[in-house]
Write a protein that binds this ligand. Structure first.
Ligand SMILES: [Zn+2]
Length: 878
C-alpha cells in the first residue's frame, strides 16, 4: 500500500489564482535527453494578499531563476516535490525568468514533452504543461505566448507551435541548427499549449472563411503517409464550413495545423491552431480503414476543430467544469455527423455507446455527476459521463429551448464569455437570459450522478376519448449522493393509431408542440384529448433524455412499433426490447423452441426487407443487444457465458427462420463493390456484413463458403474485417490461415496491425487468453504504445466479456498483472484499463471473489500512481 495517500480535490474549495500570467516568452532548445526551456513569465498579482507565488513543475530540473533580471538567492525560493515557491514576490507586475530541463526520451507517460518515434510532441491537457516548464498550470490563468523553437535541421526540419509563424531561420554560428518563432495572440491556458518538431510529410490545402480570410491548412504525418491524410483534409474543410453555417463560428488564425502521431493517450487534442492527433484518427484509405474509421476521423476532426470556440476561445474555469467544453463539443460533433450522414443511425449508435459505457459507469463505483464535486486525479474524469452524458444533457437543453432558442443562446454565450474561463452556471445563465426559461432545476443534470429511471402507465377512456399518461421519475443512490432530486426532463412521444399514423397530440384544447411534454415532478399525468381509438404509445422518442425506461411494453405493441413507428429510433428500440425480453427469458430457462412463436424473427424479416429503411438501419435492426447492454439490464449476478449462450441461440433462431430471405438480401447487397466512404456505401457494407455474420450462426458449409469468398474478394477493409471476425468466432472453423494471410498483407501498416490484434482479442473461444498473452511478446506489440494496449488487451478485457470473465479468474489475474506493469510507464492508460473490473460487484459470487482479489493485488503495489489508486480504491470500497 502507498504510504502517502493521494489528496482529494474539491469543487467547493475553488479559489481564483493569487497571481496571473499575462504573457509567456518560451524558448526551447530541443534535445532528446536534455531539452532546455527558457521561460519569461509576465506575472501580476491578482489580489493584494502578498501570498507566496506557488508554481507547478513536475520532473523538472531548475537551472536558474530570476525576478526582473536579478537572480534569486536560495533563501528566496524553495523547490520541493512538484512545486516551486517564491516566498515574497513583488507586489507590482514583474518578470519571472526560469531555465529548466526535461528529458523527453525518458517520458513514457505521454504527458508533457515526449518523443513519438523521433518526433517531439506535447500533450498538456489536463496537467502536462507542468512537466515542460514552471508555471501556473490551471485553466483559469490565460496568457498570450511567443514561442521560439530551436533544433537540429536534419532531425527536425519541421518546427511547430500554436498561433501564427512569424519568423524562421538558421541559428547564427550554427549551420546545422535552425529556429522558428510562433506567436499566439489569443490568450489561452497552459493546457492548450503545444509544440511539435520532427521530420514529417505535409499535406497542404486552404480554406476561405466566411469573412474572407484564406487559412492555410496543413496535416503533418509520418513520412510516406501523405496520401492517407486526404480524407482527413476533406473532413477538416467540412468542419470549417459546418461551424460557420450552423453556429456562425469562423476560424481566427491564418494557419491551422494538424499533426498525426502514433503515440498518444487520447483520441486527439484541440491545442490552439495546432491540433495533435492519434494517427488512427487521421490516416485512412479504402484498403486500410473501415467505414467506422472514416466516420470517426470525420467526427474527431470536427470535434477538435469545434473546440476552437467551445473550449479554446471560451475555456473552463476549473477542471470540474470539463463537461462545459466536452459535453457541449460532443453534442456539436454529433450534430455535424447527423447533418452529414444519417441522423437516425448516428442517434442509435450514440445511445448504444451511452448505455454500454455511461450507464455502466453510473451503476458502479465511479458514478459521478457531469460536473463532479471532487477528484483525486483529473485524468480519471475524461469519462463517458463527462463526454457522452454531458452531450445528452446539452441535447436535452436543445429540445427544451428549440433550434432557434439554442442558436440565439449560444450566440449570446460566445459574445459574453469570449476570451474567458467560464462555468456550467455561466453557460446555463446565457440560456436563461435569452429564452426567459428558468433552468434552476435543469442544472441538476450537471450536479447529480446516476441514471434516472422512468416508469409510465396509461389509461384509455373510450367514452371521454381521452388517453391519460402518468410518468414517474426516480434515481437510485450513488456513492456520496443518497438523496436525489427530481430532474427537469423533456419527453418526446407519439400516439399511433391502428393504421400506424401519428394522432394529433392535444392537451387542454391546445396542440402539444414538437411532440414533447416536460416533467419536473416525481409523478405527472398528461391527459390527451380527442383520442378516437386506443392508441399505441411510442414513448421517449429519439431518446430525448438519458434515462432507463423500466415499463415493459407488451410484445404485441412492440412488434407493432417495430413495423410502424415514425420515429426511427423507437422503431429500432422496439425490436431491441423484444430481443432483450427473449434473451432474458432464455437465460431464465425458457425452452428455445418457442421463442415468441417466431414472431420476433418474422418482424425482423419484414424490417430487413423494408426498402423504405436505409441499409444501415436494417443492419442495426438485425443486430441483437450487445453483451454489456444485456449485462446491464440484468444488473446483478451476471454470468456472461450464460448471456452469450442465450444471445447466440436467439440469433441462430432468427437466422434459421429467415435464412432464404437473408441469403437473397446478402446476394443483392454484395453486388455493389464500389468503395465510397460515405453514409450510403457504409450502410450497404454494414448490412451485407451483418447478414453474412448471422447466416453463419447456422451450421452450414455453403454459408462458410460464402464467408471465405467474401474475404477473398474483399476490396476494402470493412469486408475483410467483417469476414475475419466471423471466422475467428466460428466454432469448428480453422481461421488461422486467414488471420495469417491478413497479417502478411498488412504487416507494414501499424494501424491495420492494431485491428489484427483487436480481432484476436475479441474472439470468443477457449484459446483467446493464451493467444493474447503470446501476442504481447509479438515484435509489433509494445506496452509503451497506447494503441497496441487498447487493441490487444483492451479488446480482450472490454470487448470480450466471455473470455475476460472466465470462471477460473484467469482474465482478472492477467489484467491485474498488466495494470501493475503499465502503471509504472503510463498511469493514465493503466487507470483506464481498470474499467472492466469496476463493475465486479454485479458479477455472480464466484467471479466476484476472484475479481476482488485482482483489485486487491493492484492496490497492494508500492508507489501506485494516483490515477490507478483512485479507481482501484473506489472500486474496492464500493
Ligand atoms: Zn474534446
Amino acid at each position: 500500500m502507498k504510504t502517502e495517500q493521494p489528496q482529494t480535490i474539491y469543487l467547493k474549495d475553488y479559489k481564483p489564482s493569487d497571481y496571473l500570467i499575462s504573457h509567456m516568452e518560451l524558448d526551447f532548445k530541443l534535445a532528446a535527453n536534455q531539452t532546455q526551456t527558457h521561460a519569461v513569465l509576465s506575472i501580476k498579482p491578482n489580489n493584494q494578499t502578498g501570498a507566496p507565488l506557488v508554481l507547478n513543475g513536475e520532473d523538472l530540473k531548475l537551472i536558474t531563476i530570476a525576478i526582473n533580471g536579478s537572480e534569486l538567492k536560495a533563501s528566496e525560493y524553495s523547490h520541493k516535490d512538484d512545486f516551486l515557491t517564491i516566498h515574497n514576490p513583488p507586489s507590482e507586475p514583474f518578470a519571472l525568468t526560469t531555465l529548466a530541463e526535461t528529458n523527453p526520451e525518458a517520458n513514457t507517460s505521454l504527458s508533457g514533452l515526449y518523443l513519438t518515434h523521433d518526433t517531439y510532441c506535447t500533450q498538456c491537457e489536463a496537467e502536462g504543461f507542468r512537466k515542460i516548464t514552471f508555471s501556473l498550470d490551471r485553466p483559469d490563468v490565460l496568457s498570450t505566448y511567443n514561442v521560439r523553437l530551436e533544433a537540429n535541421k536534419n532531425q527536425c526540419p519541421i518546427l511547430l507551435s500554436n498561433g501564427n509563424l512569424i519568423e524562421q531561420g538558421t541559428v547564427k554560428g550554427k549551420t546545422n541548427t535552425h529556429f522558428a518563432i510562433w506567436q499566439d495572440p489569443h490568450p489561452k491556458p497552459t493546457y492548450l499549449f503545444a509544440l511539435v518538431a520532427g521530420d514529417l510529410d505535409c499535406l497542404s490545402d486552404s480554406y476561405l472563411t466566411a469573412d474572407g480570410n484564406n487559412v492555410a491548412l496543413n496535416i503533418y504525418v509520418e513520412r510516406g503517409n501523405k496520401a492517407k491524410a486526404e480524407y482527413a483534409m476533406g473532413a477538416l474543410k467540412r468542419s470549417f464550413k459546418w461551424d460557420e453555417d450552423r453556429f456562425g463560428r469562423i476560424y481566427d488564425l491564418d494557419i491551422f495545423n494538424i499533426v498525426a502521431v502514433p503515440h498518444f493517450n487520447m483520441g486527439a487534442m484541440e491545442n490552439k491552431g495546432l491540433n495533435v492527433f492519434n494517427d488512427k484518427y487521421i490516416l485512412a484509405s479504402a484498403e486500410t480503414a473501415t467505414d467506422m474509421d472514416f466516420e470517426l476521423i470525420e467526427a474527431v476532426i470536427g470535434h477538435e476543430y469545434f473546440h476552437n470556440w467551445t473550449g479554446n476561445r471560451i475555456t473552463c474555469r476549473d477542471w470540474f467544469q470539463l463537461c462545459l467544453k466536452e459535453g457541449l463539443t460532443v453534442f456539436r460533433d454529433a450534430e455535424f455527423t447527423s447533418d452529414l450522414r444519417s441522423r437516425a443511425v448516428k442517434r442509435i449508435d450514440d445511445v448504444k455507446g451511452l448505455r454500454a459505457g455511461q450507464f455502466a459507469e453510473d451503476a458502479g463505483p465511479m458514478a459521478h455527476p457531469c460536473r463532479p464535486d471532487s477528484f483525486i486525479e483529473i485524468d480519471n474524469f475524461y469519462t463517458a459521463t463527462v463526454y457522452r452524458k454531458g452531450a445528452e444533457v446539452v441535447r436535452a437543453l436543445y429540445s427544451l429551448v428549440g433550434k432557434a432558442g439554442f442558436r440565439a443562446s449560444m450566440d449570446y454565450y460566445f459574445e459574453n464569455f469570449d476570451g474567458q474561463a467560464a462555468t456550467v452556471k455561466d453557460f446555463l445563465h446565457c440560456f436563461e437570459q435569452v429564452t426567459g426559461r428558468d433552468l434552476t432545476q435543469f442544472e441538476i443534470w450537471y450536479s447529480q450522478a446516476g441514471t434516472p429511471t422512468l416508469n409510465y402507465s396509461t389509461i384509455y377512456n373510450e367514452q371521454a376519448q381521452t388517453y391519460a399518461l402518468t410518468i414517474e421519475q426516480s434515481c437510485k443512490p450513488t456513492p456520496g449522493q443518497e438523496q436525489k432530486h427530481n430532474y427537469h426532463m423533456p419527453i418526446k412521444l407519439g400516439l399511433l393509431a391502428k393504421d400506424g399514423t401519428d394522432m394529433p397530440l392535444i392537451i387542454a384544447g391546445k396542440p402539444v408542440a414538437n411532440g414533447m411534454v416536460e416533467i419536473t415532478e416525481a409523478k405527472t399525468t398528461f391527459t390527451f384529448e380527442q383520442i378516437a381509438e386506443k392508441p399505441v404509445i411510442s414513448f421517449l422518442r429519439d431518446f430525448s433524455v438519458p434515462v432507463n425506461v423500466e415499463t415493459e411494453t407488451n410484445i404485441d405493441d412492440l412488434l407493432f412499433l417495430m413495423a410502424n413507428d415514425n420515429d426511427p429510433f423507437n422503431r429500432w428500440q422496439a425490436g431491441q426490447s423484444v430481443a432483450m425480453q427473449a434473451i432474458i427469458s432464455l437465460i431464465n430457462g425458457a425452452p428455445e423452441a418457442d421463442i415468441l412463436d417466431g414472431r420476433l424473427a418474422t418482424a425482423i424479416c419484414k424490417s430487413i426487407n423494408n426498402k423504405g429503411l436505409d441499409a444501415a438501419l436494417r443492419a442495426l435492426i438485425l443486430t441483437l443487444p450487445s453483451l454489456p447492454e444485456i449485462g446491464l439490464k440484468i444488473g446483478k449476478n451476471i454470468d456472461y457465458s450464460a448471456i452469450h449462450a442465450a444471445r447466440e441461440s436467439l440469433a441462430t433462431h432468427i437466422a434459421t427462420q429467415n435464412q432464404a430471405d437473408m441469403l437473397k438480401l446478402y446476394q443483392h447487397f454484395n453486388q455493389d463493390q464500389n468503395f465510397e466512404p460515405d453514409a450510403k456505401g457504409a450502410g450497404v457494407r454494414a448490412f451485407r456484413n451483418a447478414l453474412l455474420r448471422d447466416l453463419n450462426k447456422i451450421d452450414n458449409t455453403d454459408h462458410q463458403a460464402l464467408l471465405v469468398s467474401h474475404y477473398k474478394n474483399a476490396n476494402n477493409m470493412v469486408d475483410m474485417m467483417g469476414s475475419l471476425s466471423v471466422m475467428t468466432n466460428l466454432a469448428g472453423f480453422d481461421a488461422a490461415a486467414y488471420v495469417n494471410d491478413f497479417y502478411q498483407k498488412f504487416k507494414h501498416d501499424h494501424l491495420v496491425i492494431d485491428k489484427w490484434f483487436a480481432l484476436q482479442g475479441r474472439a470468443i473461444n477457449e484459446q483467446t487468453l493464451s493467444l493474447v498473452k503470446k501476442l504481447t511478446t509479438h515484435e509489433q506489440f509494445s506496452f509503451e504504445t497506447p494503441n497496441n494496449v487498447y487493441s490487444l488487451i483492451g479488446s480482450f478485457v472490454s470487448g470480450n466479456p466471455v473470455g475476460f470473465h472466465a470462471l477460473d479468474g484467469s482474465g482478472y489475474s492477467f489484467l491485474a498483472d498488466t495494470i501493475i506493469k503499465l502503471d509504472r510507464m503510463n498511469p493514465q492508460i493503466a487507470a483506464r484499463m481498470l474499467t472492466p473490473l469496476r463493475s465486479w460487484k454485479s458479477l455472480e459470487p464466484k467471479r466476484q471473489k476472484l475479481a476482488k482479489q485482482a483489485l486487491e493485488k493492484i492496490i497492494d503495489v508500492n508507489n501506485l500512481s494516483a490515477n490507478t489508486f483512485e479507481i482501484a480504491s473506489k472500486s474496492l470500497n464500493f
